[in-house]
Design a protein around this ligand. Structure first.
Ligand code: 5AD
Length: 353
């Protein structure tokens, strides 16, 4: 089987024919363990307010240029009905860590949505209190996404300033989600400054240790109005990020993201793995497709109403800025069929082997 050293060797591999073998292997394992269905999760970006100061993220609290919005109840429920109409099995409500999203308000929306459309509901709303997470679970939420972003504790702390008195251990948060009974998802960004091949291998090994139901990875895309993006793009800023020796820094490109998807599929055969928007953003022609051919089995089409989409700029030029939900829904079916795949029916939760 793949141990940490083998994972590191694959991550460093640059021979295209060897990589082709890796991707084909992961594609075979994907076929055997989760089948040929591609599950669609409609992504609704419900709020761009955020209290956190994550150094990479365009909607972090300190970015004065970020435009803030919060969808209202009717808009959210209308989008869920739209998703149902397109045949999606899951709605993902994602937002910044926004304490304007009151626990009871969200619980009421979850209940109404369950009753109205009956789809699986995934939440991705940052680090919330255990009682809030329990309330949402009881209201009918099924899954929760919270990426740990990097398994390197020092790098984690550098890029995620804690809230005063705040809770810092995200791994513990993920375990708590599992205890509450959520299907739990996590993931990392690929190519953040200071991320070495060894550290990326640790991330992948940790996916398997945590026994995650969902694992999302995408390249880090610098956003100019963030501390990390300013440092990467213009070499300026108050925070200095680590500089690794030549050959040790992981590049934030699509190929590295594909390697991570493939290795993740091999180590976590029955997890749900999306081909993410960040990958499609770097490679608009075939990025999403390629991810689906090296281990991924999930796509998250964007359902956010057009007027809010450009405000949810976690990184620039997001691939989903232009395609409307309707056009996207129509195109996906054809493109999947060309790959010998089909749109999954039902909620598409994890089926353990
Ligand atoms: N580039 C790529 N991904 C990003 N995310 C946030 N900012 C960026 C960026 N600049 C990812 C994080 C977060 C997810 C919602 O989006 O991994 O968990």
């Amino acid at each position: 089987m793949l141990d940490r050293d083998a994972v590191i060797a694959w991550l460093r591999e640059s021979d295209q024919s060897r990589l082709f073998e890796l991707f084909a292997w992961a594609d075979r394992v994907r076929h055997e363990s989760v089948g040929d269905a591609i599950h669609l999760r409609g992504l609704l970006e419900v709020s761009s307010f955020c209290v956190r100061q994550c150094a990479y993220c365009g909607i972090n609290a300190t970015n004065r240029t970020a435009r803030r919005f919060r969808m209202d109840r009717d808009e959210i429920l209308a989008a869920a009905r739209e998703a149902k109409g397109y045949g999606y099995g899951t709605i993902v409500m994602q937002g910044g860590e926004d304490y304007g999203i009151k626990a009871e308000w969200m619980a009421d929306i979850i209940r109404a949505m369950k009753q109205d459309v009956g789809l699986a509901i995934t939440l991705s709303l940052g680090e919330r209190r255990p009682d809030e997470l329990k309330l949402w679970k009881e209201a009918g939420a099924d899954r929760y996404l919270l990426r740990f972003e990097t398994s390197d504790p020092a790098l984690y702390r550098l890029i995620h300033p804690a809230l005063p008195g705040g809770f810092e251990d995200r791994i513990q948060q993920i375990r708590m989600l599992q205890e509450i009974g959520y299907e739990a998802g996590s993931g990392v960004m690929v190519g953040i400054p200071g991320q070495s091949w060894d550290s990326l291998a640790d991330d992948i090994m940790l996916f398997s240790t945590l026994d995650l139901d969902m694992i999302g990875v995408g390249p880090y895309i610098p956003h100019p109005d963030t501390p990390m993006g300013a440092w990467m793009l213009e070499g300026r800023g108050e925070v200095a990020f680590p500089k690794l020796p030549e050959g040790e820094q992981v590049p934030g490109n699509a190929e590295t993201a594909f390697k991570v998807i493939a290795l993740t599929r091999l180590l976590c055969p029955d997890s749900n793995i999306p081909s993410t928007t960040a990958i499609a953003t770097l490679n608009r022609e075939g990025g999403r497709r390629q991810g689906l051919m090296c281990g991924a089995n999930v796509v998250m089409p964007n359902l956010t109403p057009a007027k809010y989409r450009e405000c949810y700029e976690i990184y620039p030029n997001k691939a989903t800025l232009v395609e409307t939900a309707g056009v996207c829904a129509r195109n996906l079916k054809d493109s999947f069929e060309q790959m010998g795949r089909f749109i999954g029916s039902g909620a598409g939760g994890r089926v353990r082997h």
